[in-house]
Design a protein around this ligand. Structure first.
Ligand code: AMP
Length: 910
């Protein structure tokens, strides 16, 4: 969108004031809608040498650098006026004069600068224009780079029958816009039609800059290439290009988060704009918990703690707590206390006690404790803890066991000691010890009034489980958690280590060495022959982009001009200054806003392809911008843009050696690609870029482009698009794309180069091209093309792809031709090679214009002699309107003539 700023809306009555000749008159007439309007008219068509001027008041320029003038007018068709031939005109001239104030009111017209000659699109033929309904012409002209504070406009009539109806003078602005949460002010466009005005945006309310927001105001008043962005502050979210506050019950904690989110489970927010939610009572959040995580609780205690004493070691095992508190970070800590028997005094166990695997932050539900002292009472507590335990430490998280170590009775006797229950419900009358062999159901009971007993007649080497309960006047209490003990043999068994290395192991080692050697050999081979890797074979194509393309910081890039429109967005030129490197010119391909993830990957795939190449005839990738918008691909800048346009612009300006140099460069790039096993599929002059030193580089490696977005692409019967004129028959028919099909396309590029950008097969339809090729037809040599080069083209177009030369052979052949320029002298245009002055058909074939055979025969030109006196008009009359072809035909005719006069062999200067 752009806006027009009206500098002056004229009603003629007020605007114009000065006449050079007073032949212009102010009259009232009716417009198209039959509404009366005032016009300035002049119609001195009978008198010669008219020079009538009408000029405006001084118009203040304001901020405009380029002004637009829209003129509405009517104009009489001179043919409708009898007897005016020679004096009547159908145009008028538009002029301007700059000045800093209204002091040039009487300036001589010679001081005015011409903007343009204006002609009508529609002239009318009525005899009397006075009261008639008429057709209005609207023409817009513009003029730029104004420096004074104002200007005058002037209209010069040189003898037309004209009525000026209105003049609107305006300039263009890019309107106030918000992109990526940055606001860009109304900006007046630049002076130049291609200039871009760089504008820095300011973040909208409640947002902060993530990367400097910038946009470019194009000459048409359109905003282009938004770069950088702002992000809503925490507590706000992006809605309708503004930052809106989060509602109660919602929060947004980081500016990089998406929108406001509902408070997670067990949390709430009671005010708008919350950056986090508070936890419900009894629920907590650890410092590292993300704001989106529900609030959680400490775990409940572990249970079923079992101890298994073995001399001075004990193995403790327990079951996980019933509630983990809603968290995943549950661990266990062991607390060991050493207690003095028969007293309540306990103290922490000494440092010599060892824990396996460790004492704190245990993930498993077992631990063995070693190096305990003999005949000592120990109490072990197992604490279940999680990330929020420290907010609510309570005994609910612990389970404990008390036991005594004893080394004396290991074979068949065990001494047990236990503590009094924490809160007995009365005086303890006695204790009951229940014990049984582990995995057995039958048990024995021992009763005692003290807090210890010796259990005798145990079986050696057997695990026993013991429970103790107390009895008060109220009856028996609960049994304690089980203790587990093993009786001993008194002997230790040491594990057997070591031995002799067996022959099988030796064999395995040798085989391993051989495999490693082979691997080294294969890797060395791969390193010496680099192969192209298709980025789409990566499971994550982003990985390919990271691997093959360097990420560039946008602060190093300066965009200057839009130079083209690519498939995915604008292509700009600009500068790149990487730290520690000199500034260079670059081309910047941008990905337009609103793309899908697939389009982003397709766009960037080109970078992951080019990034794998390093050759002077392949476009060089500088890097990519993927971390911020717009996504960009930065390549070296090729000043002369695409080869086809470049050749058309410079038709006939190069020597044959220069053209062969161009072809050699392209062949060298293609050899590199085929050595890398890369098949281009879309080799054509339009996909070759040319730099200021005339170096040609193969470009256009877009993956999707080859089949879907190629401008020359036509759908084949098998679906998908193929650039028919450039493609080998086997690739068109059964999609056999190989380096040999690239060689075919290379032959077509040779033809394009030698014909200075002529369209292969001219205006034949794609279907006709396919048919002609099938029937054996091949493009003839372009005008002045050395026969040796045409011969090479024909080899590239061999039906059997195995018969076509390889790129390395093409390079050798071109090198030979460059070394022996004499071989390039014989051209198809040589009269010596023409089949005597006789057949027009043969002659047309030789000069590469055989599509005109019918035009010549229909016009009655049957022999070559008959074409000799031909002129441009003759050709136009025969329907040969293309001026380039006319030139070719006539220059060949000239050669024929000079051949007849001088009997020279070679006419073409090389
Ligand atoms: P593409 O999307 O590659 O077809 O590019 C579109 C247009 O941008 C091309 O036709 C060229 O005119 C221009 N262009 C692309 N890359 C470059 C470059 N490296 N240097 C100069 N112009 C380029």
């Amino acid at each position: 969108m752009y806006i027009l700023v009206r500098m002056f809306f004229n009603v003629f009555f007020f605007l114009f004031c000065i006449f050079k000749n007073f032949n212009l008159t102010l009259r009232s007439i009716m417009d198209e809608k039959n509404i009366p309007i005032r016009t300035y008219q002049v119609c001195n068509v009978m008198e010669p040498n008219q020079n009538n001027w009408l000029r405006t008041h001084w118009i203040r320029r304001g901020p405009a650098q380029r002004i637009y003038i829209e003129i509405k007018f009517t104009l009489r068709d001179c043919n409708s006026l009898p007897g005016v031939i020679g004096t009547c005109k159908e145009t008028f001239n538009l002029y301007y004069l700059e000045s800093d104030s209204d002091n040039e009111r009487y300036a001589h017209e010679s001081r005015f600068a011409k903007i343009d000659t204006v002609a009508a699109d529609e002239s009318f033929t009525q005899v009397d224009i006075g009261d008639r309904i008429m057709k209005l012409n609207t023409e817009v002209r513009d003029v730029g780079v104004l420096s004074c504070t104002g200007f005058y406009l002037a209209f010069q009539d040189v003898g037309a029958c004209i009525a000026l109806v209105s003049v609107h003078v305006f300039y263009k602005k890019c309107p106030l816009a918000v992109r990526n949460l940055a606001q860009f002010p109304d900006t007046v466009t630049g002076a130049d039609t291609s200039s871009l005005v760089e504008v820095r945006g300011s973040c909208v309310n409640h947002s902060e800059e993530q990367e400097v927001p910038k946009m470019y105001c194009g000459a048409d008043g359109e905003w282009l290439v938004p770069i950088g962005n702002c992000l809503c502050n925490p507590g706000y979210e992006e809605r309708n290009e503004q930052c809106q506050v989060c509602k109660v019950g919602y929060y947004r904690s980081l500016s990089s988060d998406g929108g406001c989110r509902k408070c997670p489970l067990h949390s709430y927010s009671i005010e708008e704009g919350a950056t986090s939610c508070d936890c419900d009572k009894g629920y907590y959040r650890s410092e590292t918990d993300p704001a989106a995580m529900p609030c959680t609780r400490p775990p409940s205690a572990p249970h079923n703690l079992i101890s298994n004493v073995n001399e001075t070691s004990v193995l403790l095992e327990w079951s996980a707590p019933l509630s983990s508190g809603g968290r995943q970070d549950l661990t266990y800590n062991v607390v060991c206390k050493q207690c003095v028997r028969d007293t309540q005094r306990c103290m922490p166990c000494g440092d010599d006690v060892r824990y396996s695997p460790q004492r704190l932050s245990l993930r498993s539900t077992r631990v063995s404790v070693h190096q305990l002292q003999a005949h000592t009472n120990y109490t072990f507590q197992i604490w279940a803890v999680n990330g929020v335990s420290k907010h609510s430490p309570s005994l609910e998280q612990a389970v404990s066991v008390t036991l005594t170590t004893n080394q004396d009775i290991t074979r068949d006797t065990l001494s047990l000691f236990w503590d009094e229950p924490d809160k007995p419900n009365g005086v303890i009358l006695e204790y009951e010890v229940k014990y049984y062999e582990k995995n057995e159901r039958s048990y024995r009971i021992v009763k005692t009034t003290s807090r210890s007993t010796d259990i005798k007649d145990l079986t050696p080497l057997t695990s026993y489980v013991f429970h103790v309960r107390a009895r008060t006047a109220a009856g028996y209490g609960e049994f304690s958690a089980p203790f587990e003990f093993s009786t001993n043999t008194g002997e230790f068994a040491a594990p057997v280590v070591g031995g002799v290395m067996s022959s099988a192991v030796l064999l395995l080692l040798v085989a391993g060495c051989v495999v490693v050697l082979l691997l080294i050999l294969i890797i060395t081979f791969i390193i010496t022959k680099r192969i192209y890797v298709d980025p789409f074979t990566y499971e994550d194509p982003n990985q390919a982009i990271r691997e093959f393309a360097k990420e560039i910081n946008t602060s190093c890039i300066k965009i200057e001009k839009v130079i083209g429109i690519g498939e995915f967005g604008e292509v700009c030129s600009g500068r790149l200054k990487l730290p520690g490197k000199r500034e260079i010119c670059v081309a910047i391909k941008t990905l337009k806003a609103g793309f899908t993830e697939q389009q982003r990957l397709d766009f960037l795939s080109e970078a992951s392809v080019i990034g794998q190449f390093d050759h002077p005839n392949i476009i060089h990738l500088e890097g990519v911008v993927t971390k911020c918008k717009p996504v960009m691909i930065i390549t070296e800048y090729m000043e002369n843009s695409s080869l086809d346009m470049f050749l058309r612009k410079n038709d006939g300006r190069f020597t044959v050696i220069q053209l062969v140099g161009i072809l050699r460069g392209i062949a060298s790039g293609m050899k590199y690609l085929s050595d890398m096993s890369y098949v281009h599929r879309d080799l054509a002059a339009r996909n070759i870029l040319v730099n200021s030193n005339l170096v040609c580089k193969v470009s256009d490696f877009g993956m999707s482009r080859v089949l879907e977005d190629e401008p020359e692409g036509a759908y084949t019967t098998r679906g998908g698009k193929i650039p028919i004129r450039w493609t080998a028959p086997e690739a068109i028919t059964y999609r056999k794309f190989t380096s040999a099909s690239d060689v075919w396309s290379y032959g077509i590029v040779m033809w394009e180069v030698m014909s200075y950008g002529e369209r292969p097969y001219w205006d034949m339809s794609n279907q006709d091209v396919i048919k002609a090729i099938e029937e054996g037809y091949r493009l003839p040599p372009p005008m002045e093309c050395p026969l040796a080069l045409h011969q090479l083209m024909l080899e590239c177009w061999m039906r059997e792809r195995a018969d076509r030369p390889k790129f390395s052979q093409i390079i050798n052949m071109l090198d030979k031709l460059i070394r022996n320029p004499a071989t390039l002298k014989r051209t198809a245009g040589d009269t010596s090679s023409a089949p005597s002055l006789g057949s027009v058909d043969e002659w047309l074939k030789i000069i590469g214009l055989e599509q005109y055979r019918e035009n010549f025969s229909t016009a009655g030109f049957c022999s070559l002699e008959s074409v000799l006196p031909m002129s441009h008009e003759d050709l136009a009359k025969m329907g040969i309107s293309c001026s380039a072809h006319q030139r070719k035909i006539l220059s060949s005719v000239q050669e024929l003539l000079s051949g007849m006069h001088h009997r020279q062999d070679t006419k073409v200067p090389v």
